[in-house]
Design a protein around this ligand. Structure first.
Ligand SMILES: Nc1ncnc2c1ncn2[C@@H]1O[C@H](COP(=O)(O)OP(=O)(O)OP(=O)(O)O)[C@@H](O)[C@H]1O
Ligand SMILES: C[C@H](N)[C@H](N)CCCCCC(=O)O
Ligand SMILES: [Mg+2]
Length: 257
């Protein structure tokens, strides 16, 4: 595997978490990485969801809510976490259009660069998969590239993942990204260990990217318990107990902190 670092200017550090599609596990993985960097590594952190759609602020289903509670960074106001919260559950391009909002990619990048300058590691969760558009011209991959941060693509461990993941990596590269890794997220029922390992090997060989491992399957507190900080504390404790043993993943993170 070629070591390919993609870094912001100066001391800016961050990570863009994307995926092969929507609903694969970006929020769970981003919250889990944040809990690890914040609680175990004691790293100064910022969390950012540039655009979320299909929710309202404060809804326990909103990514901004789940990132804040899942990371344990409850001192962060939820409003700081998400720049745009759009009602319609659509790709940002169409969600902006339907809400009659004139979206500016340049302004979003400016905000990203300011956030990167704040002497804290910036964890960004994209919306949907890697090719999801903010606008006619710009996608999630463009944002990761423009901000010069490494890209983590969350994908499924099971049948179908090889084509989805290899395609996603090729697309990300075509849009300029060089430092790319994969994390599997999915229930144990989705793939036997042997199958997930074989899928990882095919992806690594075909796309020349590291597959950092299969994160724990650990459902977050449901809507009924989403306001209970003890339920989130238990989720973090269980997540960290498993995640800290994923040495390939944690090593990859340490090299980019
Ligand atoms: N590792 C995991 N453990 C437990 N549940 C998971 C895991 N990964 C994904 N899920 C579940 O799968 C669903 C989708 O996950 P998640 O919301 O993290 O996806 P996403 O990629 O962030 O979606 P979006 O594109 O809407 O932002 C959720 O119900 C979530 O709880
Ligand atoms: C509403 C959903 N949860 C996401 N935030 C947006 C997903 C957009 C997916 C667009 C697509 O790939 O077709
Ligand atoms: Mg999400």
């Amino acid at each position: 595997m070629k070591p390919q670092m993609q870094r912001g200017s100066g001391d800016s550090k961050g990570l863009f978490v994307s995926s092969t599609g929507t609903g694969v596990g970006k929020t769970v993985v981003t919250a889990g990485i944040a809990a690890y960097l914040h609680q175990i590594r004691k790293r100064k952190l910022q969390l950012w969801k540039p655009v979320q759609s299909g929710v309202i602020m404060g809804d326990p289903e909103a990514d901004s809510y789940r990132l804040r509670m899942g990371s344990g960074m409850t001192e962060l106001p939820e409003e700081m976490l998400a720049t745009w919260t759009l009602r319609d559950p659509l790709a940002p391009w169409m969600a902006f259009e339907r809400a009659d909002i004139a979206f500016s990619f340049t302004a979003l990048l400016e905000e990203g660069r300011k956030r990167l300058e704040q002497q804290a590691f910036l964890l960004i969760e994209g919306a949907g998969g890697i090719a999801v558009p903010f606008s006619q011209r710009h996608t999630m991959a463009d944002m990761a590239h423009e901000l010069r941060v490494p890209l983590l693509i969350v994908s499924s461990p099971g049948l179908g993942t090889v084509s989805h993941t290899v395609t996603a990596v090729h697309y990300a590269r075509e849009r300029g990204n060089t430092d790319i890794a994969i994390a599997f997220s999915g229930p144990p029922t989705m793939a036997e260990v042997k199958e997930a390992e074989e899928n990882a090997r095919m992806i690594e060989t075909m796309a020349d990217v590291p597959v950092l491992g299969h994160v724990p399957w650990l459902p977050q507190p449901d809507r009924a318990r989403a306001t209970e900080s003890s339920a989130w504390a238990m989720w973090q404790e269980q997540w960290l107990a498993s995640f800290t043993r994923m040495t390939r993943f944690t090593q990859w993170l340490h090299e980019r902190e």
